[in-house]
Design a binder for this molecule. Structure first.
Ligand SMILES: [Zn+2]
Length: 308
């Protein structure tokens, strides 16, 4: 009978599919990212070939998100899990364990740790510990706000999408190249804008800006949080008041989602301006995509520090 000839072939094909979990070329790759910024980059590079969603709302501190049961289901069904690495998402391990999708575990084909390949800042040289509440123990994990790092990230995303979905590799490569060209042009504009404000020192709420500040020739040495992840104390506000007056610091920067009272008090006492910046795409309406977010951040800084 005929089926006796094709049945073994069909079974063999099915086993091969199951073994390597081949992505069906006609269906979009299901991508789950931790942050909305990463989802934006995946959408930009993947276009219609990806179906992407982010776990963390841009309206909250990404270190301390509590994933919902629906997020666990999303991760169970995903082909690719994309994250910041280091200790940015303190909730990442428990979420992956709950979902139990082993293809997305660290080092597996369905995982992309975007910190790989990024020149990290503030990497500790000695022993690391969380003894004082520190949540940046592997180096500063907020690297994606530097647009030059976004080029590295875009290339890593295109390579990973191509590996999982080789049929559309040329499309991913083309979209990545188009976007990084556009971003590189903006980088030149931003560098020009930064000339007018170079050298300023700022105070920040959480230590999440060294990459963007480096890019712009600015810096922050002191923070409202006495340690990353530890809320401001009256003692720290007092210390910063003296520090800022001595050094004539004119700006206090923070993400939109942190409480604003400590920065407000400090601004009143020192005459400095509170500058609200975005860590994530979608944090404010202006930050509608990666380039718009970076435009917004740089405009906020140049406006506050007297640039153009
Ligand atoms: Zn942080």
């Amino acid at each position: 009978m005929k089926y006796q000839r094709w049945l073994p072939n069909l079974l063999a094909a099915w086993f091969m599919m199951a073994a390597v979990n081949v992505h069906a070329a006609d269906k979009p790759l299901k991508v789950v990212t931790t942050l909305s910024t990463f989802a934006d980059l995946v959408k930009t590079i993947g276009g219609d070939h990806v179906d992407v969603s982010a776990i963390a709302s841009p309206k909250f501190n990404a270190h301390f998100i509590e994933p919902k049961p629906s997020d666990v289901v999303k991760v169970q069904r995903a082909d690719l899990f994309l994250h910041a690495g280091l200790d940015l998402e303190l909730w990442r391990g428990p979420l992956l364990d709950a979902a139990g999708n082993t293809r997305l575990f660290a080092g597996q084909p369905g995982e992309l740790d975007l910190s790989q390949g990024i020149p990290l800042l503030e990497v500790p040289t000695g022993a690391v510990s969380r003894s004082q509440g520190d949540i940046h123990i592997y180096g500063n994990p907020h690297y994606w706000v530097d647009p030059e790092n976004a080029i590295i990230m875009a290339k890593a995303i295109a390579a990973k999408l191509s590996a999982l979905d080789p049929d559309h590799a040329a499309a991913y490569d083309e979209r990545m190249r188009a976007w990084t060209r556009q971003l590189s042009q903006r980088i030149e504009v931003w560098r020009q804008a930064a000339r007018a404000i170079r050298g300023h020192e700022l105070v920040a709420y959480h230590n999440e800006w060294p990459y963007l500040l480096n890019f712009l020739g600015l810096h922050a040495e002191q923070f409202l949080e006495p340690k990353p992840g530890i809320p401001p104390t009256p003692k720290q506000v007092q210390f910063l008041e003296r520090y800022m007056k001595e050094r004539h610091i004119r700006g206090i920067i923070q993400s939109t989602y942190f409480p604003k009272d400590a920065a407000g008090t400090l601004a009143k006492r020192t005459g400095a301006t509170v500058v609200l910046l975005c860590q994530s795409v979608g944090e404010v309406p202006h930050a509608s995509d990666y380039i718009a977010m970076t435009d917004y951040n740089i405009q906020q800084l140049t406006h506050a520090l007297g640039g153009t």
